[in-house]
Ligand binder design. Structure first.
Ligand SMILES: [Zn+2]
Length: 212
């Protein structure tokens, strides 16, 4: 990974811009819980996607930017934080042996609920989230850490967190220059669809049904 952070932000914005024309208002599933990735996200603010933008549209950029932050933190951890890197390696080894339906999804689906909302009185026989939970329960617990390792881990987790915050700040700065481009994409592909939807709604509400 020798591209600069700015290059990766540019690529994320381009990839999002290629996806947006495929977005349709009716397709995104209604959420019952706020999205942890998007709610109050400073990066969506920098991109100008924090107000009056359908969640799915902002989410598709959030996830692409999160992949950049995650890669920065993973790279830093790998190079500088040996205890945390070893611990993550062990956790990775454990999850490799369990079922992970949330992996390998396209960015616009990442972090969204895996299963549809259950309907009252009609429970699902099984859900993807349930299968993932059951398969990880079958694994033996990891060996306990020494006090020394725990202390080192606490420090390294803090450093990794700082690295993440630093990456978010840099990504936010890099995003500023794409605001006009992002605004144009919204104006071309998102706003007309919302206006059409509103017009349909208006028609339905205003026109009295034909009496037969
Ligand atoms: Zn979201």
């Amino acid at each position: 990974m020798d591209r600069t952070l700015e290059d990766r932000v540019a690529a994320a914005v381009r990839s999002w811009g290629r996806w947006v024309p495929r977005w349709q208002p009716g397709e995104s599933r209604a959420r019952t819980r706020p999205c942890r990735l998007c709610l109050g996200s400073p990066l969506l603010g920098h991109a100008g996607l924090d107000t009056d933008v359908p969640h799915a549209v902002g989410h598709a950029l959030s996830t692409r930017l999160k992949r950049i932050t995650d890669a920065e933190v993973a790279d830093y951890t790998e190079k500088n934080l040996p205890t945390l890197a070893a611990e993550l390696g062990r956790a990775e080894e454990r999850t490799r042996r369990s079922y992970r339906p949330q992996e390998g999804l396209d960015p616009e689906f990442e972090g969204l609920p895996l299963d549809p909302e259950p309907e009252p009185g009609a429970p699902f026989l099984f859900t993807l989230a349930g299968l993932a939970r059951d398969s990880s329960r079958d694994l033996p617990p990891p060996p306990p850490l020494s006090e020394e390792a725990k202390a080192a881990l606490r420090i390294e987790i803090r450093l990794a967190d700082e690295c993440g915050q630093h990456a978010v700040a840099l990504i936010g700065r890099a995003l500023e220059q794409y605001r006009p481009e992002i605004r144009q994409t919204l104006a071309r592909h998102v706003e007309p669809q919302i206006q059409a939807l509103m017009a349909d709604l208006q028609r339905e509400l205003n026109v009295p049904p034909l009496s037969g």
